[in-house]
Design a binder for this molecule. Structure first.
Ligand SMILES: Cc1ncc(COP(=O)(O)O)c(C=O)c1O
Length: 361
C-alpha cells in the first residue's frame, strides 16, 4: 500500500466535543455546547416541515444540477445561477478549491490564527501553507498580500475570522485587492456573513466582475441553523464555477438539504431572530467580560474569544465537568483563551456563572 507522503503528515481535525460524548464520559445529564458556533435556536419550523416532506422522496437521487437551490440563491443574491456552486458544507468547497488550484509545491497564504481547514486542504494537495502573524488578533491583510510570491496560488481571507471573530474592513480590503495578481485566487470565506453588524464590512458580491480571481464562500450551517444537513455555496465567475462543478460529485448536496436550504432562504423571520439573538448575546458577553475584568476580541460572528488569564485546558476541563462545552484556545495557538459560541440567553448566563465561579477558585 502506498500512501501519499502529503497525507501522512495530516492531522485529524479536532471538532467541538459532541454533547452525547460529554454526557457519556462524565455521567452528566444536562450539558450545553457552546463550542462549534452552531445556531442555538435550532432551525426554522418551516424548514423542518419541508424536510419531513422531502423525506417522502428519499429513495430518489437529488437533482444533480441543484437547479431549484441555485435559482433560489440567484434570486436571493442577485447573481446569475451560472456563478453559483453548492456542496456538502463550505468545508467541501474549501477542499474542492484546493483540488482545482493547487499542485505539489504551490503555496497558500492564510492568517496565523484562522480556519485550520485551509491548511489541511492545501496539505492534501501537497501544497505548503504560509501563515502570516495576526495584528491585534485581526488578519494582517497588508502583510498577507506582501507575502505573495511566484508560488502563491490562493490567499484566504476568512472574514469574520474563525476563531478570532474579527472582520476585514472595506478600507483594508480595497487597499490590497488591486495588488493581488490575477493568477492568485482570492477566497473570501464569509461563513458568518449574516451575523455581521459593522457597517465597515465590505459587500463582496459586486467585486466578482472586477476580480475574476475572487471566490466567495457562504454556508447554511450558521445563521440558518442547518449545520447537521451540510450545505454550503460559493459564488465566482462562470469559468471557475464550471471547473468547481466538474470536480464536485453529482450528488454532493442531498435531496433533503436542497429542499431545506431553499425554504431557509425564504424564512426571513427566523434569520432575523437568529441574528438578533446573536447580537444581544455578544453584547451580554462583552458586558460580563468587562465586569469580570477579562480581555476579549470584538466579534462580528456568533462566537467570542476571551482571555481567561490562566491555563485554558484547565478551564475548559472544569467547565466540561459543569456541563458546559467551549473551545480551548490552545487548539488555535491562543493559550489562556477560550472561544465561546453565543447561545440562548439561558446558556450564555450559565456559561458566565460557571466561569465566574471557577475564576474565584
Ligand atoms: C470560517 C469557516 N469556514 C467554513 C466553515 C465550514 O462550514 P460548513 O462546512 O458547515 O459550511 C466553518 C465552520 O465552522 C468556518 O468557521
Amino acid at each position: 500500500m502506498k500512501i501519499r507522503e502529503a497525507i501522512k503528515g495530516l492531522n485529524m481535525y479536532q471538532a467541538g466535543k459532541p454533547i452525547s460524548e460529554v454526557k457519556r464520559e462524565l455521567g452528566l445529564t444536562d450539558v450545553i455546547k457552546l463550542a462549534s458556533n452552531e445556531n442555538p435556536l435550532g432551525c426554522s419550523e418551516k424548514v423542518k416541515k419541508v424536510m419531513m416532506e422531502a423525506a417522502e422522496e428519499i429513495n430518489l437521487y437529488p437533482d444533480a444540477s441543484n437547479f431549484e437551490l441555485k435559482r433560489a440563491l440567484s434570486e436571493h443574491l442577485g447573481v446569475d445561477t451560472k456563478r453559483i456552486f453548492c456542496g456538502t458544507g463550505s468545508d467541501l468547497l474549501i477542499r474542492v478549491i484546493c483540488n482545482l488550484f493547487l499542485d505539489p509545491g504551490d503555496e497558500i497564504i492564510m492568517g496565523g490564527v484562522s480556519f485550520q481547514r485551509y491548511e489541511d486542504s492545501a496539505q492534501i494537495m501537497g501544497a505548503k501553507t504560509v501563515k502570516i502573524p495576526m495584528k491585534n488578533h485581526r488578519l494582517d491583510v497588508e502583510a498577507m498580500v506582501n507575502a505573495i510570491n511566484e508560488k502563491t496560488r490562493i490567499i484566504w481571507f476568512c472574514t469574520p475570522n474563525n476563531p478570532t471573530g474579527a472582520m476585514v474592513t472595506k478600507s483594508e480590503l480595497f487597499s490590497v485587492l488591486d495588488r493581488i495578481p490575477e493568477d492568485v485566487i482570492i477566497v473570501m470565506d464569509e461563513a458568518y456573513y449574516e451575523y455581521v453588524t459593522d457597517e465597515e464590512y465590505p459587500q463582496t458580491l459586486p467585486l466578482i466582475d472586477k476580480y475574476p480571481n475572487m471566490i466567495i464562500l457562504r454556508t447554511f450551517s450558521k445563521a440558518y441553523g442547518l449545520a447537521g444537513l451540510r450545505v454550503g455555496y460559493g459564488i465566482a465567475n462562470e469559468e471557475i464555477t464550471k471547473y468547481i462543478n466538474s470536480i464536485l460529485g453529482p450528488f454532493d448536496t442531498n435531496l433533503i438539504a436542497q429542499a431545506a436550504a431553499i425554504t431557509a432562504l425564504k424564512d426571513k423571520d427566523f434569520l432575523k431572530k437568529a441574528v438578533e439573538t446573536n447580537t444581544t448575546g455578544r453584547e451580554y458577553f462583552y458586558r460580563e467580560f468587562d465586569r469580570l475584568g477579562l480581555e476579549y476580541i470584538i466579534s462580528q460572528a456568533n462566537f467570542v474569544m476571551v482571555n481567561v488569564g490562566r491555563d485554558d485546558k484547565d478551564v475548559f476541563n472544569k467547565l466540561l465537568r459543569k456541563g458546559v462545552i467551549v473551545r480551548p484556545g490552545h487548539l488555535f495557538g491562543m493559550n489562556n483563551w477560550l472561544r465561546v459560541s453565543v447561545g440562548t440567553m439561558d446558556q450564555n448566563e450559565r456559561f458566565i456563572n460557571e466561569l465566574e465561579n471557577l475564576l474565584k477558585e
